[in-house]
Structures are given as C-alpha cells and as structure tokens.
Design a protein around this ligand. Sequence first.
Ligand code: UT7
Length: 336
Amino acid sequence: MTAAAVVGGRAAVVCAVGAALPPYIVSNADLTARLDTTDEWIRSRTGISQRHVAGAALSTTDLAVRAGAQALADGEPVSVEALVVATTTPDRCCPATAPAVATRLGLNGIPAYDLAAGCTGFLYALATAAGLIVSGTVRTVLAIGADRLAALPDPEDRRTVPLFGDGAGAVLLRRGSEDETGALGPVVLGSDGTGADLIRASRFGALHMDGSEVFRHAVDRMTTASCQATAAAGWELGDIDRLVPHQANSRITAFVARRLGVPDDRRLSDIAETGNTGAASIPLLLARSAADGRLKPGHRTLLTAFGAGLTWGATTFTWPGLSAAATPPKEAGHDW
Ligand code: UT7
C-alpha cells in the first residue's frame, strides 16, 4: 500500500528531530564475559560493537519523553496538536504510552496514541501523522519511536542478546506544502502475517527469532519498498543522497544498499554504537546524523524499515537542515 502524503498540495513537513539513548553501555566485551560468543563474531555478523541499555533506570515512557523534549527544544516553538508513539515494548499493556508522554511534555489534552508495527513502527507512525496533517485534522504531530528491546531476549541466548539496544527518537511534523524542503513523500507500507512466528515474544525474556529467515525477508522487503517509495516520489534510485535504513544488522543494510545501487558512503549507520533499537532506530539515526553532519540540508533521503509482523515500509523526503544533539537536555524535575 502507498499512503498519499500530499492532499490538495498540503503535505507533512519535517521540522525538528530529537534523540535519547540511555547512558549505560554494554560492550561486546561485557557480553563475552558471560555468553559463549566473541567480539569478532558479533562485529563481523552484525556490525555491532556496543548497545545502550536502559535496565531498570529508564522506562520506554522516559526514553520517549527525552526524545520528544529534544525535538520540541530543537525547532521553532510550535504547538503540538497530536502525538503518536511507535513501540513494541510499552511499559504496560494498558494504558498506552503516548498519553503519559504527552502529559510529561506539557501537552496534556491532545490526542495521543501508541501503535505497534515492530521495527517498522516509526514508518507507520510517520504515515498516520502525515494522514492526520494532510486530512486537515491537526496542524502538527510529534511522532516518536521508543523501544527497550534489550529486555526482550532470554539473557542466556547468545543468538539474540547481542543484537538489541534501547533508545528513542522523535520527529516533529507540521502542515506545509508539497514543494517545501522536508515535505514527506508517499509512504509505502506492508505486512505479511504468515511470517508472524519468525520474530515473536510473549513477554520480556521470551524473544524468539529465526535469524536467517528474517535476514532474507528483511533484505527483500526493504529493497522492494525502497524502490516503490522512490518511484512514488518521482525520484530515480540514483537521486538518493542518504539511505537511512532500520538498523537491524549492518550486513542487511549493506545488501539493501547494494541491491538499490546506492553507494555505501550514502548508507547511514549507527548500529555499531546502538545495536538494533527497534522503532527508535530511524529517528535516532536521523537526529544523530543531523547533529554530526552526515545529513546535510538538501540531501534527498530514503527511509526504509522491516520488522516483526512481518511489517515493512519506506518513504522519502529532502533533509530540511535541522540539527539535534545526541545527548538531550535533562527533563525538568527528573533525576536521571
Ligand atoms: O529488526 C528486525 C529483526 N531482526 C533482524 O533483522 C535480524 C536478522 N538476522 C540477523 O541479523 C542474523 O541472522 C543474525 C545476526 C541473527 C545471525 O547471523 P547469521 O549469520 O544468520 O548466523 P546463523 O543464525 O546462521 O548462525 C551461524 C552460527 C550458528 O552456529 P552453527 O549452528 O553453525 O554451529 C549459531 O549457533 O553462529 C552461531 N551463533 C553464534 N556464535 C557466536 C549465533 N549467535 C552467535 C553468537 N556468538 N552470538
């Protein structure tokens, strides 16, 4: 499915970004001390050197609030009219994460809801945010991806523990016009429930993943979705200045770039420092790349993701020239 992101010339325009990573870092050396694995295996098979882990110190809500606060501090002051949190690891089954996040950001009263689409969650959040904006329902939406995936695997499982980290990222969207820099292009989304068992968890500590099967699907789906989103935007694959893929595994994202014909120096990656942070990975990578100059104003940017469900998605926009520091300011009144 391709969700139109422009209605009557109205578009959702990216106007601020934010990121949050918990301060506690687990290195590959920390893992080799307690699991039957090696730094060499983890780095060569995944590209991961370390991951940030929230542990008991920070909840998914805390991470989402930090990323959201940074996005709100980053851009021009705007009044946020809706908030969506993409997460597979909410703090509680009920209620959703987003209302508490809205309240802690000083946005009490606005519509606020969660959505779950695995590691593709942030692209689903962008699509629903854009829909709210272009339909004329609201003028601004804060879209947050937040996950604590490090808590999902069985701590003894060497096949899954090294892969995951915790974090959150946020993008503020406002109503604008389709010819503006930062206007979101059509969003391609898809799902395939026949693959539901390939990545599954009934509770924290019970993650199951069929790694090699997921690997194959991830490459195929992200490549196809990327081609569709690029074509729907009226771009050629050769137009892409920056590929921002979900950080599942650097070998997966390298395969996707190669299949798309995107040179490797245009493929952004953070996985060495963050691991796979689920729905957070794309907005985290956007915010961190904007802060350190890997993303520059005018870069034609392609986002693509794949995750549990199975789910996948892709979209495009031109980077509008924002910045965000990877270390967000402390939330007032919170002792982190
Ligand atoms: O975000 C979306 C969801 N997740 C993903 O997209 C992840 C997709 N999958 C992957 O990234 C990769 O499949 C993995 C990183 C999970 C695994 O890499 P692989 O190259 O597909 O390895 P494998 O599962 O085929 O395992 C190869 C070997 C096995 O040993 P045997 O059976 O060949 O003797 C594993 O037991 O590597 C072994 N192995 C390890 N060895 C050392 C698995 N994990 C480890 C480990 N350290 N941590």
